[in-house]
Design a protein around this ligand. Structure first.
Ligand code: DHK
Length: 160
């Protein structure tokens, strides 16, 4: 569980987990007309820059395996102040990721680089949106730092 509120004598976590699903390791090479030219390393660097400005530590991960993403969500639920997740194709298929996210008691932000609503109909439904505090789609990779800003606003004592 999260480290507890200051009122409970616990130290509030300031660690945000940024999780990325399948094929996002190929960002920059993969369908650049849709996903842009930035690589996942660029996104990670931007998240770390934004995190440093906001006083958030960043754990940044990508996997092509559903079970790995679920294991990371289980780890995050014990240590994080929130999750920013781009589940990629698992957005549209994974009840298991939804169930894992439902065990978390902190804000969850769903990010899509592309505007999934103007793409194929099978991309219009998201299992993850049922648990997400907020959803960002179509802002390119800028969606990640925007989600971190919102997370910091919702969880930070000074900015409340
Ligand atoms: C990334 C993917 O890989 C797709 O499967 C999703 C998402 C959209 C994105 O826009 O970041 O449908």
């Amino acid at each position: 569980m999260n480290a507890g509120t200051p009122a409970e004598g616990g130290r509030r976590s300031r660690t945000a987990w940024v999780l990325n699903g399948p094929n996002l390791n190929l960002l920059g090479k993969r369908q650049p007309a849709i996903y842009g030219h930035e690589t996942l390393a660029d996104v990670e660097a931007e998240c770390r820059r934004t995190g440093a400005e906001l006083g958030l530590e960043i754990v940044f991960r990508q996997s092509n395996a559903e079970h790995q993403i679920i294991d990371w969500i289980h780890e995050a639920r014990e240590t994080a102040c929130g999750i920013v997740i781009n589940p990629a194709a698992y957005t549209h298929t994974s009840v298991a990721i939804l169930d894992a996210l439902n065990t978390c008691e902190f804000p969850i932000f769903e990010v899509h680089i592309s505007n999934v609503h103007k793409r194929e109909p099978f991309r219009h439904h998201s299992y993850v949106s049922a648990v997400a505090t907020g959803v960002i789609a179509g802002f390119g990779t800028q969606g990640y730092p925007l989600a971190l800003q919102r997370l910091a606003r919702l969880t930070g004592e000074a900015t409340r």
